[in-house]
Design a binder for this molecule. Sequence first.
Ligand SMILES: Nc1ncnc2c1ncn2[C@@H]1O[C@H](COP(=O)(O)OP(=O)(O)OP(=O)(O)O)[C@@H](O)[C@H]1O
Ligand SMILES: [Mg+2]
Length: 260
Amino acid sequence: MTTPLLELRDVGKTFGNVIALDGISTSVRAGEVTCVLGDNGAGKSTLIKILSGVHRPDRGELLLDGSPVEWAAPREALDAGIATVYQDLAMIPLMAVWRNFFLGRELTKGWGPLRRFDSAQARRVTTQALGDMGIDIRDPDQPVGTLSGGERQSVAIARAVHFGARVLILDEPTSALGVRQAGVVLRYIAQARDRGVGVVFITHNPHHAFPVGDRFLLLGRGRSLGDFAKGEITQEEVTRLMAGGAELDQLTHELQRPPV
Ligand SMILES: Nc1ncnc2c1ncn2[C@@H]1O[C@H](COP(=O)(O)OP(=O)(O)OP(=O)(O)O)[C@@H](O)[C@H]1O
Ligand SMILES: [Mg+2]
């Protein structure tokens, strides 16, 4: 087995007296999708913020290519090839697709005082990079704000892949989307995976996780309910564990009509 790109070992994080994460271990491998599942407040976003250098764990270890690392800032994680697409997306709605694509990574031409943004090249590269992922944007000059939610997520994924991400972290990219658009985003997740990227896919929907996932980390109130490889668990078991099994049975019982 190859060394994981990223690995968490027994990681814990508290905020004041809230235990956001406790004893969490999992791994992310090249060409695989690690799904992180859990209900609201389970600690999913906290976990990705630890992977991407926003938070430092209070306990446990983060390993990159098998060696322990401590990110001093998100930039360090980014420079190591760990790209994160946050739910609110760091894109500017009024700016064109190609402008957003090169945000913070502007292409320039010329030297010294004559250096300027090479917009024609940026348009071409954007259209090409999106096309490579099978994303057909009609017009790269279209403002990002006019794209659908699924298209916007797709542009963000293509952008991370284009700039050489080794690990791509997606925080609930499908949660606000309808069935068809969620399917589109899942397809791009699979594309990134097939190009050898290690994907961390956060969702609370087992129906979205199961078709693309190679590994499933289930979180419940900051604790691990299990870290399973594909084949070690069924979709029904995931759903049941997430719903808190016994709690769901209790609820079903409560919701039943009383006999007349
Ligand atoms: N910066 C913070 N300060 C204090 N508490 C925090 C902070 N960040 C997260 N928490 C707490 O940690 C717990 C886990 O939060 P987190 O955002 O990781 O959950 P989540 O699984 O992403 O939930 P959701 O599905 O609602 O996005 C919550 O109880 C939350 O209130
Ligand atoms: Mg969250």
